[in-house]
Design a protein around this ligand. Structure first.
Ligand SMILES: [Ca+2]
Ligand SMILES: [Ca+2]
Length: 219
């Protein structure tokens, strides 16, 4: 087991003039959504999906700058990954415009040393998250509507698969037929990896605790 600490591969709040997805942004002050009350806070700006075609379903793919990312970084080694001791955490916040239900999906695909995919991609966000968002009046803006949408976070955590060396990251933006803009909104995208205790040592600790409990019960 290496001595690596957690490595943040992506931490993007869409606050600057540019962002790692090369995406257009909206300002919260434009009140196309309800306020973002999640933690971490939304700040001033969030990602939007870009231009679509009025009257038809449109998609836009936003690829992370520098994708695929190397997973062998920050002291994390290929041996750590192949020992099943590297965890991942994928997180982002999602919203949409009124009841159009346009949506963004954040996808991570692990790749081996030869850039071949390993398993299925990890996906967060998408139609399911967006369709469940609450709605209400933003409280400012003119005109205001009664169906402005809340923000919700989605996340996935697990173990980086054996053999993985890279992660390909992209956002798929989809708009419904109505409207012109692709309004899958996203903020505070975070993707990190970390070395966890080896399964063997965890199992031994658990076994020890189990024996202790058993002995106590017999007394
Ligand atoms: Ca932000
Ligand atoms: Ca739209």
């Amino acid at each position: 087991m290496g001595t690596a600490q957690g490595v943040t591969l992506i931490s993007e709040g869409f606050e600057g003039a540019g962002n790692v997805f090369g995406a257009f942004t909206y300002t919260y002050a434009a009140t196309y959504t309800m306020p973002n009350l999640l933690a971490p806070a939304g700040g001033l700006n969030y990602l939007r999906g870009g231009a679509g075609i009025n009257g038809s379903v449109s998609t836009n793919i936003l690829t992370l700058t520098g994708s695929p990312l190397s997973l062998v970084t920050g002291g994390i080694t290929g041996t750590d990954i192949d020992s099943g001791t590297v965890s991942y955490n994928l997180y982002a916040q999602f919203s949409t415009y009124r009841q159009q239900n346009d949506h963004g999906t954040l996808s991570v695909q692990f790749l081996d040393a030869g850039s071949s995919p390993i398993g299925l991609s990890l996906n967060i966000g998408g139609a399911a998250i967006v369709s469940g968002l609450g709605m209400g009046i933003s409280g400012y803006g003119d005109p205001d509507f009664t169906d402005m949408r809340d923000w919700a976070a989605d996340s996935l955590a697990g173990i980086v698969p054996t053999g993985a060396r890279f992660a390909s990251v992209r956002i798929l933006e989809v708009k419904s037929a109505g409207g012109t803009a692709i309004d899958g909104y996203m903020d505070n995208v975070n993707f990190s990896i970390d070395v966890v205790p080896e399964p063997g040592s965890v199992a031994l600790v658990a076994l020890g605790a189990g024996l202790f409990a058993l002995l106590r019960r017999r007394r």
